[in-house]
Design a protein around this ligand. Structure first.
Ligand SMILES: [Zn+2]
Length: 445
């Protein structure tokens, strides 16, 4: 894509943002590394001295020996399980200074919830990142519809609203989509110029009758998808239905909501390097892989007060893109996430099924809106893949779509799996879930 001068200038936003924090006008990689090392030392010192979890985990204060960013590799990982076991042990500030607690329920039937703590300063750093990230494609006077939870102070939508208001834009906080029709009408009525939301939900909104009117009116220009994995098919369909530019954001609550965002070149996520240090590791050996190779995304917080996280394993698969982005950023660029570890289901010893592969196949069918998937014990084979499909249009040839899809899914794996396809509706496929569901495994029930 051709980068015009305007974009070229705007994209520098994230670099300028970090430049301001490091007191330089033009950010170089060396300056950024030096800044990160300084922040890392402060974080490790705080973690060792104030968090009982890290005090136990580190035999000595790492600040005594850490002299470079790669030195961090000497330290052990933190996992989701560690967080669930003893969330309070991670706390590095007095509980009375905790401003926001996010409780993340695990989707399994057992296991404690994860709890993530934020101080007021932590939340303001998120607003700061949102403001500069959204600033890449948002201007004063824009009207942005936020389809994320936002009624409670400190929630993602609430912080986004602050960031948008700082940019001079108006924020309409709707929350997660409970009625695609209502949201579709709202976009027209309120002359919305930008939307932030969850991919599968936005897809449902974009397939309503108002799509043509929205496209013709032309006020809706950008959509930001916020999630861990975005099927490229969804981005394409949103672009086609509404005629919008589709940007993507990568982040999680553990990262302090924000992790990285697309620039107009859309080659990957330019990372939030003022607040986070990212590594890509081989999930088996735990060793850092060379830049450009695929692996598991690991991050360390650089500025968080309430709950510093050191080498936190995300379970997301990605890679650093070594090529220079046309926007000229100094920041590292993370590829689109190719899936999550917990979305891989073992069919037999060597064969795995990846939910994101299924998503790409299903969402590339223009007639389909959403789906749910489960593995069951089959009647003709050991395993049956049970799909419920939600169709977007009453007049489509369902049988034809189902047969074609069955064939494509069968080609995904050489493992003999029976494929059962039924129709479902939006209420049955957990549309309101913030995160995409896993492949439910009912084989041993
Ligand atoms: Zn770029």
């Amino acid at each position: 894509m051709a980068m015009n001068q305007e974009n070229g200038n705007k994209v520098k936003n994230l670099d300028q943002w970090i430049g301001r924090k490091t007191n330089v006008s033009v950010l170089s990689r060396e300056q950024l590394d030096a800044y990160q090392l300084d922040c890392l030392k402060k974080t490790l010192d705080r973690a060792y001295l104030s968090s009982s979890y890290y005090h136990k985990k580190f035999s000595t204060n790492p600040v005594n020996w850490l002299s470079s960013l790669p030195g961090l590799r000497e330290l052990p990982f933190t996992t989701e399980k560690d967080l669930r076991m003893a969330p309070m042990d991670f706390l590095a500030i007095s509980p009375k200074n905790v401003k926001k607690i996010v409780t993340l329920k695990t989707s399994g039937t057992t296991g404690a919830s994860k709890r993530i703590f934020f101080s007021e300063a932590d939340l303001q750093l998120t607003v700061d990142f949102f403001e500069n990230g959204m600033g890449i494609f948002t201007q004063a006077g824009d009207r942005v519809l936020v389809l994320l939870p936002g009624t409670v102070p400190g929630s993602i939508g609430h912080l986004l609203k602050q960031a948008l208001e700082n940019l001079g834009a108006e924020a309409f906080i709707y929350g997660v989509v409970d009625d695609a029709k209502v949201v579709s009408k709202l976009i027209l009525q309120e002359k919305i110029t930008g939307i932030v939301g969850i991919p599968r939900q936005l897809l449902a909104v974009s397939q309503q009758d108002e799509a043509t009117a929205i496209k013709t009116a032309g006020h809706l220009r950008t959509v930001l998808l916020s999630t861990d994995y975005v099927s490229p098919a969804i981005s394409r369909r949103l672009h086609d239905s509404w005629g919008v530019q589709v940007y993507e954001h990568y982040g999680s609550t553990e990262m302090g909501y924000g992790g990285g965002v697309f620039c107009p070149a859309k080659i990957g996520y330019h990372l939030r390097e003022a607040d986070l240090y990212f590594e890509i590791i081989d999930p088996q050996s735990g060793l850092v892989v060379p830049d450009g190779q695929w692996g598991e995304v690991v991050f360390t917080t650089l500025s968080r007060q309430a709950m510093p996280l050191i080498r936190y394993r995300t379970g997301d698969f990605g890679r650093f893109i070594p090529d220079q982005c046309p926007c000229g950023t100094t920041l590292k660029t993370l590829s689109r996430i190719s899936g999550r570890q917990k979305n891989l289901v073992q069919l037999d010893g060597q064969t795995f099924l990846n939910l994101s592969d299924l998503e790409d196949l299903i969402f590339s069918q223009n007639q389909l809106l959403d789906f749910s998937v489960a593995l069951e014990e089959g009647t003709e084979s050991e395993t049956a893949l049970a799909l419920k499909l939600v169709f977007s249009d009453l007049s489509v040839h369902r049988e034809k779509v189902m047969t074609a899809l069955k064939k494509k899914i069968a080609e995904l794996t050489d493992f003999k799996v029976q494929i059962k396809i039924d129709e479902g509706d939006l209420a049955q496929v957990d549309q309101k879930a913030m995160r995409k569901e896993r492949i439910v495994d009912r084989r041993n029930e």
